[in-house]
Write a protein that binds this ligand. Structure first.
Ligand code: SAM
Length: 347
């Protein structure tokens, strides 16, 4: 169980950015907030919504009840559904900000909660970190696993999001379908969110023309070596997965399904995308050191947020209340920018 002094957040700012981005597409309606902690996230992003919150730690519940006196808040284990005795309104948002494993709570919510037609969901998932550190982790079905083989660990770690979490989620939410997905990795933790909707187009297992979509178990039949190579090459050139699949005449999920059965290919997908990201990062860095102020800002806000994000939010004037002097950023040398950016290479 969590202790009162256990740290509630790492990089709260980034968690809030993820939420704000997806909540723009949320419907009106109440929020389910298991693992509510002291309610820091709720105070920032759900101040005007009806809140149904719970946490296992009674001290947190005392804090959050004082902060949100009109909300329904209780001490409970959120791995089960904590509001069995209440009739809730349809929930439009569910925010699973657990320390490490949010999916027991998600399953309980999915089985028991009344859900709006459009739903926004958030998850904090520490299983990738667990895979790397000890190999002991809980899989998406809720089963304890222990990976000992290094290449298996590496494959699961590298492609955790694209090969395991994303396809599992798309299946688990049916008949809902994904409208938008966002994720980021920080210190091996996975933070992600989704906008999903019920009764959408194609929500009945039929294609746009009404014909039932033909699937193979792996999608392998039409995804031979030449297409696999072309798919990876497209990703390396910065083309998105959907677009790359379309251009090869295969289904959007075919490469992911193939990756699910061939860990090497799943890793190759991640590596191809990282290669594309690196090209942009290199170009961004070159623009920054050439004095492009916007490039400097993007680089610094993302590479050293703890030192630069607050400045972006709060510094509206320069010295003595005058205009901000941006020249300093543009005049930094390559070495100075590298030092500020921490010098570490993206993984
Ligand atoms: C990272 S903090 C949550 C921060 C919070 N989501 C926020 O908005 O500020 C994780 C919380 O999960 C709670 N917790 C851990 N295991 C739990 C469980 N099984 N059921 C309910 N709460 C749990 C802890 O007490 C802790 O407050």
């Amino acid at each position: 169980m969590a202790t009162a002094d256990q740290k509630q957040h790492v990089d709260l700012h980034r968690k809030l950015m993820l939420r704000r981005a997806l909540l723009e597409q949320a419907a009106e309606g109440a929020v389910y907030l298991p693992f509510c902690g002291d309610g820091d996230i709720a105070a920032e992003v759900y101040p005007d919504r009806d809140l149904f919150a719970a946490d296992i730690d009674p001290q947190r519940i005392a804090t959050v009840s004082a902060r949100f006196p009109k909300s329904t808040i209780r001490a409970a284990d959120c791995d089960s559904w904590p509001f069995q005795d209440l009739t809730l309104p349809p929930l439009a948002v569910a925010d699973f900000g657990a320390y490490s494993y949010p999916y027991h709570a998600f399953r309980a919510f999915w089985e028991h909660a009344p859900k709006a037609r459009r739903l926004v969901l958030f998850f904090t998932d520490g299983q990738r970190q667990a895979i790397k550190r000890t190999g002991h982790f809980t899989d998406l079905a809720g089963k304890k696993q222990h990976l000992t083989d290094l290449s298996e660990k590496r494959a699961r770690f590298n492609a955790y999001w694209s090969v395991w979490v994303k396809p599992w989620f798309e299946e688990a939410i049916k008949p809902y379908r994904v409208v938008a997905l966002q994720h980021y990795l920080r210190k091996d933790m996975l933070y992600w969110g989704a906008v999903i909707e019920r009764n959408g187009r194609n929500g009945n297992g039929r294609g746009a023309n009404g014909a039932r979509t033909k699937r193979t178990a792996t999608g392998e039949g039409r995804f031979g070596p030449a297409k696999r190579k072309a798919f990876l090459e497209a990703l390396r050139n910065g083309i998105g997965r959907g677009e790359a699949a379309r251009s090869l005449g295969i289904g959007r999920n075919t490469p992911i399904r193939y990756g699910g059965r061939h860990a090497d290919f799943a890793v190759a997908i991640e590596e191809a995308e990282m290669a594309a990201n690196e090209k942009v990062e290199n170009a961004l860095f070159q623009a920054a050191v050439s004095g492009n102020v916007t490039a400097c800002q993007v680089w610094l806000y993302n590479r050293v947020p703890e030192r630069w994000q607050d400045k972006r939010q709060f510094q509206h004037t320069g010295a003595g209340g005058g205009p901000i002097d941006y020249r300093n950023l543009g005049q930094l040398s390559d070495d100075e920018l590298k030092r500020l950016a921490g010098g570490d290479q993206p993984r």
